[in-house]
Design a protein around this ligand. Structure first.
Ligand SMILES: Cc1cc2nc3c(=O)[nH]c(=O)nc-3n(C[C@H](O)[C@H](O)[C@H](O)COP(=O)(O)O)c2cc1C
Length: 453
């Protein structure tokens, strides 16, 4: 297990050598070493670009099949099978007909999520190598890495790594004599959560307003600039060299059933050891929170865990034995999402937690769909009055009604994400909301909300 600790400024990481090599370690290899991002280190210490050499000897469709057989699921949140998505790209080899694009989603806007930035900061060549392999498999000629606006320091590093790869012949024309022409560029968004949604991202990439598009057509049919496009998350693409190096079977042997490989798990909130950890898929949430995360920093019992970024419905302590994989979390009524677990101890006010999330969604709704634009705003307003001791009888029913009008009624899943956490918090911690409304007091803090306000 490799651990990266996040310093309080949330922009830099320190590596403290926690743990051992007992767990496979693909994504954070060498992390913590400030020179690890350099091409020379990647090639000499980490078998860098060997997987690309192997892939270029294979037929592109065989590479797609290898990724399919590995069982790799997208790490952007939904867990869609990567190889299956690659197979949706047109197989027509006539490059005059269209340009196929490969887009890497490095927007990483979900609160509680801070994994892709670690890969890019310490292992940018692993992402580049994964992208060139993907480009060969899908015969893409141009790739973009879409960053959210705040990631300026990462973009500079990525640009430098891309230049190193170009100079060494891993990008550009006729890569390693294979006949593949593929180059990469970085793109800096303006910093909007919705631009992580793949079609809003494509609009933003084209210089348009970052609003989701109606699907279908899906990007594989009509994506960037109207051309066939594959969009994958950073962590998904960074796994590809490991699959090619180990072989699909060996890769698939890691993790849990239908959830293969390792995953970067972020642990934050009220824990002793907040940080970024690489662990096999399906590691139980309890192990992540109590053993790896060290339990709560206050010593108080755990009250709730939001397991996969704030889009994921909340879990209670009795759910902690659930494996952190896509299927087990869905079966528990939540989501593994982006793998970022937020831990709340007994001192947390769940109304306040719901309000914090609601403020985020109301701010980030792009405004295109009425249910999301209006609904998220009103959820925030109603939760504010409950939190500040001015809640009214019937407010909980009103919130539930609004949620039912947003859910599944928007173009993109941002509206659904806003509802998932709220619905689950109200359901599992209803008495806290009722106490706020009836007594004008927070039952956790024990203080008058009107005074606090
Ligand atoms: C509001 C919203 C925000 C999203 N943000 C991200 C993000 O920051 N990074 C990401 O990879 N996927 C994000 N997604 C998911 C993408 O739409 C897309 O499914 C993903 O990039 C596909 O990559 P994958 O198949 O490798 O997981 C977001 C989705 C929604 C609805």
């Amino acid at each position: 297990m490799t651990k990266i600790r996040v310093k309080p400024d949330r922009q830099r990481y320190t590596f403290d050598g926690f743990g051992s090599e007992a767990f496979p370690n693909f994504l954070l290899r060498g992390a913590g070493d400030l020179n690890n991002w350099r091409l020379g280190v990647y090639v000499e210490a980490h078998e860098g670009y060997q997987a690309l050499r192997k892939a270029l000897q294979m037929d592109p469709q065989d590479v797609v099949q290898e990724v399919r057989s590995s069982g790799l699921r997208g790490r952007g949140g939904a867990g869609f099978l990567a190889g299956l998505k690659w197979s949706f790209m047109p197989k027509d080899t006539d490059n005059q007909k269209f340009v196929r694009y490969l887009v890497c989603n490095a927007d990483e806007g979900e609160p509680g999520t801070f994994k892709d930035r670690v890969i890019i900061e310490y292992n940018p060549h692993q992402l580049i190598e994964g992208m060139v392999i993907a480009a060969w498999a899908m015969q893409c000629r141009k790739g973009f890495i879409y960053f959210r606006g705040e990631f300026k320091w990462l973009i500079d590093k990525m640009d430098a790594a891309i230049q190193e790869a170009r100079d060494a012949g891993y990008l550009g024309n006729n890569i390693l004599g294979s006949g593949l022409d593929f180059d990469l560029d970085t793109y800096r968004g303006a910093g909007a959560y919705v631009c992580g949604e793949e079609t809003a991202l494509l609009n933003s990439l084209e210089g348009r307003r970052g609003e989701p598009r109606v699907k279908p057509p899906f990007p594989a049919a009509k994506g960037a600039y109207g051309q066939p496009t594959n969009v994958n998350n950073v962590e998904t693409l960074a796994n590809v060299p490991a699959i090619m190096r180990l072989g699909a079977q060996a890769y698939a042997a890691i993790g849990s059933k239908n959830n293969t490989g390792t995953r970067l798990f972020g642990i934050s909130g009220h824990v002793r050891n907040p940080g970024m950890y690489e662990m096999p898929m399906g590691t139980p949430l309890r192990y992540l929170v109590e053993t790896v995360g060290g339990g709560t920093s206050s010593g108080l019992p755990i009250k709730a865990v939001i397991p996969g970024g704030i889009s994921a419905p909340v879990l209670k302590p009795e759910d902690l034995d659930t494996p952190m994989d896509f299927d087990a979390m869905i079966a528990k009524g939540s989501m593994a999402g982006s793998g970022g677990a937020i831990v709340l101890d007994k001192s947390a006010c769940m109304v306040q937690a719901a309000l914090r999330a609601a403020r985020f969604y109301a701010h980030e709704s792009c405004g295109q769909c009425t249910p999301c634009r209006e609904g998220c705003h009103w959820v925030k307003m109603i939760l504010s009055r409950i939190e500040y001791g001015k809640g009214r009888k019937g407010d909980l029913e009103l919130l539930e009604n609004i949620v039912s009008k947003i859910n599944m009624r928007t173009l993109c899943p941002l509206g659904d994400a806003a509802c998932g956490l709220l619905e689950s918090i109200i359901k599992k911690f209803r008495s806290e909301f009722e106490a706020h409304i009836e007594q004008g007091k927070c039952p956790v803090a024990g203080e008058s909300l009107l005074v606090r306000h």
